[in-house]
Ligand binder design. Structure first.
Ligand code: AMP
Length: 197
């Protein structure tokens, strides 16, 4: 399995780049935000709990989130030849849990893509997405809280994955195609594109 973590602040373009990467490398996409929004839409017990955290811009507690990820991995990605993890891990305990979880399944994280975008651009993008999609947590108050949470709880992952020699820093404030070109220039030497396999 070839596994990629795509990482960055809300609005950095994780979802857009994930779609392109899935096509190029034939990966299975796991977006923890999408998994949670699906539960909210179906009004499941998990959806009710998740909604409280998401609407306040807070992270779902690690223990719960790690269980959800393990369940998703075993149910949706068993046959996958690789996974792109979009929105997970978001904390150091999640990163340690991901490593353990993948090791138990005979695999590992092979590359981490960190998308760097200045904060004023992130806020503009998220406000626009809120207007276009109606996504409930894309309002100014929740956006500010999510960015604060990102700086406090998620940025330590850069150091962790740099030490693991997996981190690729990519400027995300260009067009989606330009950002994708930069990403593939780092990943092609590691993963063969799907059509070449
Ligand atoms: P996203 O779609 O990745 O921006 O995630 C939307 C929201 O879902 C986040 O603001 C968090 O409240 C929650 N969430 C998604 N992934 C995680 C995670 N790995 N850990 C904790 N909360 C998460």
């Amino acid at each position: 399995m070839n596994n990629i973590v795509i990482f960055g602040a809300p609005g950095c373009g994780k979802g857009t780049q994930s779609e392109k990467l899935i096509e190029r490398y034939g990966l299975h996409h796991i977006s923890t935000g999408e998994v949670l929004r699906d539960h909210i839409a179906r009004d499941t017990d998990l959806g009710k709990v998740a909604n409280q955290y998401i609407s306040e811009g807070k992270l779902i507690p690690d223990e719960l989130m790690i269980d959800i990820l393990a369940h998703t991995l075993d149910n949706e990605a068993k046959e996958a030849k690789g996974v792109i993890f979009d929105g997970f891990p978001r904390t150091l305990p999640q990163a340690h849990a991901l490593k353990k979880m993948l090791k138990e399944r005979g695999t590992d994280v092979h590359a981490v893509i960190g998308l760097e975008v200045p904060e004023d651009i992130l806020v503009d993008r998220l406000i626009n997405r809120g207007i276009q999609t109606g996504r409930a947590d894309d309002n100014l108050e929740t956006i500010k809280k999510r960015l604060e949470v990102y700086h406090d709880q998620t940025t330590p992952l850069k150091g962790y994955y740099t030490d693991e020699k997996l981190y690729h820093d990519i400027a995300g404030d260009k067009t989606p195609d330009e950002v994708f070109e930069d990403i593939v220039s780092r990943l092609d030497p590691i993963f063969c594109p799907a059509e070449e396999k």
